[in-house]
Design a protein around this ligand. Structure first.
Ligand code: BES
Ligand code: MN
Ligand code: MN
Length: 444
C-alpha cells in the first residue's frame, strides 16, 4: 500500500542518527544530507548541491521550471537533538516504531517527519505548479552556523515569492496554526573557577572556596523565586502582546490545568504568576539551566572541593530584544554576581534574534484554505516558544515567511518518546499538496 511505502521511506530517514551537536555523528549527518539530496533528485530537481560544509551541509535544490508561476522556497532541517536519556525511550530513538497510530523516533516531528511531508506533497502533485527551491540544513539544532555563513555569502539563495517553514505544531489537535513570532536564543556556558586545582575536602573544607557552591549561588541569583530574571535591563525592550492578541489567545483551546497535568506532568507550574501561561511561554524571555558539570559526578563517593564548575544555560528572547544586547547583559550580570575571589567567565555557544512576522500577505490565506479543505479548520495565529535561528535571514529578501507545522503539542520534541501521529502525517501531505496547488494557480 502507498502508506506502507511512505512509512518505510520515512523510517529510513529517521533511522539515521543525525545529531548535529555531537561530533561522533558527523558521518550520520552527512548520510541524512545524502538522503535528502536523493529525494530532491527523485523530484527532478536540478542543481542539487551541498553548501557550506562537508559535515553538516545545507542541501540546496531547484525544482523543474514552471514559467510564470511563483517561486516557493522550502526550508527544513535534517539534524536532530541528542536522544539521551536513552533508558527513558519505550523503543530505541533510532528504531522508528509505530504504536497506536503514532510513529516514535527522534526527529519524527522535529523536523524529519515534516520535511518528509513537504517532499511527499510535491510527489503527490505529480508536476507541482510552482517553482521550487530548497534549503534543508543540518545544523538547526546547533544554531545554524553553516546556513548563516552560506546566506551571508549568497543572499540570493533566499530569493523567492514565498518561504515555507514547517517545523512546528498545531496549537491543539484539530487546530492548525500559523506563527507570528519565534523566540530568539542566547546559549552560553558559565564557568566559575575558585582555585588552582581541586582540594581534599577534609584538609581544606571550611576554609577554601568551592566552585560549585559559588556557581549555584550565582545561578540562583539570576532568577528570583517568582520567576523574574534578575538581569538589569533585560525586560526593557520586551514588547507586551496587544489587547487583540491577548483576546485571540483567550479563545484558543488551551487550559492551564490540562497543560500542567497532561503536558508538563509536574506538580505545579512556575514562573511569573501575574502573566498568563501563554504569555509566559510566548511573549516573555526565559532563563534555563540545561546542565551543570565539574567536580565529581561518577559512581560512588569522592571527597573533593572542585576548583571549577560549568553550567550550560540559555535565555530565550522575545521581540524586540536583540541577541547582542542580551549577551552583553548576561555577561555583565555574571561579572557582578560573582564574588571577587572567584573567576566567572561566559562563553557564548550560539544564538539567534527573535523573529516577528506579519501574516497579512495573501499566501497566508492560501495556507488557511489548504488546512480548511483538508482538516476542516483554518489556521489560527499563534506565537511560538521555540526558536529557528535562521528565520529572520530567510525573510531578508522581503518574501513572506510562513511558519507552520503538522505536529501536535504533545509530540515531546527534544525529549524521550518523540512521536508523530500518522493522521497528522497523512493530513500534512494533503495540506501541503493543496497549498502548492493553490499557490501555483492563484499566484503569490
Ligand atoms: N522546531 C524547533 C523550534 C520550535 C519548537 C518552534 C517548538 C516552535 C515550537 C527547532 O528545531 C528547535 O528546537 N530549535 C532550537 C533552536 C536552538 C538550538 C537555537 C530551540 O528552539 O531550542
Ligand atoms: Mn525543528
Ligand atoms: Mn528542535
Amino acid at each position: 500500500m502507498e502508506t506502507d511505502r511512505l512509512l518505510r521511506e520515512l523510517s529510513n530517514f529517521l533511522r539515521i542518527p543525525s545529531v548535529s551537536t555531537l561530533p561522533e555523528h558527523n558521518a550520520d549527518c552527512r548520510a541524512a544530507a545524502d538522503w535528502v539530496a536523493a529525494e530532491l533528485r527523485r523530484l527532478d530537481c536540478r542543481d542539487v548541491q551541498f553548501l557550506g560544509s562537508e559535515m553538516h551541509p545545507v542541501v540546496w535544490g531547484v525544482g523543474p521550471d514552471v514559467p510564470g508561476a511563483p517561486t516557493l522556497l522550502i526550508y527544513g532541517h535534517y539534524d536532530v537533538q541528542p536522544p539521551d536519556p536513552l533508558g527513558e525511550w519505550t523503543s530505541p530513538p533510532f528504531e522508528p516504531t509505530v504504536r497506536r497510530g503514532r510513529l516514535y523516533a527522534r526527529g519524527a516531528a522535529d523536523d524529519k517527519g515534516q520535511v518528509f511531508c513537504l517532499l511527499k506533497a510535491i510527489e503527490a502533485c505529480g508536476r507541482p505548479p510552482v517553482n521550487l527551491r530548497f534549503l534543508i540544513e543540518g545544523e538547526e539544532e546547533y544554531g545554524s552556523t553553516v546556513l548563516f555563513e552560506v546566506l551571508e555569502r549568497e543572499p540570493e539563495r533566499t530569493r523567492a515569492d514565498v518561504v515555507l517553514v514547517a517545523d512546528m505544531s498545531y496549537v491543539a489537535p484539530g487546530w492548525p496554526a500559523v506563527y507570528t513570532t519565534l523566540r530568539g536564543m542566547c546559549y552560553a556556558e558559565i564557568t566559575v573557577r575558585t582555585a588552582k586545582s581541586d582540594l581534599h575536602s577534609g584538609e581544606y573544607g571550611g576554609a577554601a572556596p568551592n566552585a560549585h557552591e559559588e556557581l549555584c549561588r550565582l545561578l540562583a541569583r539570576l532568577k528570583t523565586p517568582d520567576g523574574r530574571i534578575h538581569i538589569p535591563g533585560l525586560y526593557d525592550t520586551v514588547k507586551p502582546p496587544s489587547r487583540a492578541e491577548r483576546a485571540t489567545w483567550k479563545r484558543l483551546p488551551f487550559k492551564e490545568k490540562e497543560f500542567l497535568k497532561e503536558r508538563v506532568q509536574a506538580k505545579a507550574l512556575t514562573g511569573m504568576k501575574k502573566y498568563s501561561v501563554l504569555e509566559r511561554l510566548w511573549a516573555l524571555p526565559t532563563f534555563e539551566i540545561h546542565g551543570i558539570t565539574g567536580g565529581f559526578t561518577g559512581d560512588g563517593a569522592k571527597t573533593v572541593i572542585p576548583a571549577e564548575a560549568t553550567a550550560k544555560v540559555s535565555l530565550r528572547l522575545v521581540p524586540a530584544q536583540t541577541l547582542k544586547t542580551v549577551q552583553r547583559q548576561l555577561a555583565g550580570a555574571v561579572k557582578r554576581l560573582a564574588p571577587n575571589y572567584a573567576d566567572a567567565t561566559v562563553r557564548f555557544l550560539h544564538g539567534a534574534d527573535p523573529a516577528e512576522i506579519e501574516v497579512t500577505h495573501p499566501s497566508y490565506q492560501l495556507l488557511d484554505r489548504a488546512f480548511k479543505a483538508v482538516v476542516g479548520r483554518g489556521t489560527v495565529a499563534a506565537r511560538a516558544g521555540g526558536s529557528i535561528p535562521v528565520v529572520p535571514a530567510l525573510g531578508k529578501s522581503g518574501a513572506p515567511v510562513i511558519l507552520t507545522g503538522i505536529g501536535l503539542p504533545d509530540d515531546r520534541l527534544h525529549a524521550p518518546d518523540e512521536k508523530l501521529d500518522l493522521t497528522q502525517l497523512w493530513d500534512g501531505i494533503r495540506v501541503f499538496r493543496r497549498f502548492y496547488e493553490l499557490l501555483g494557480h492563484k499566484g503569490a
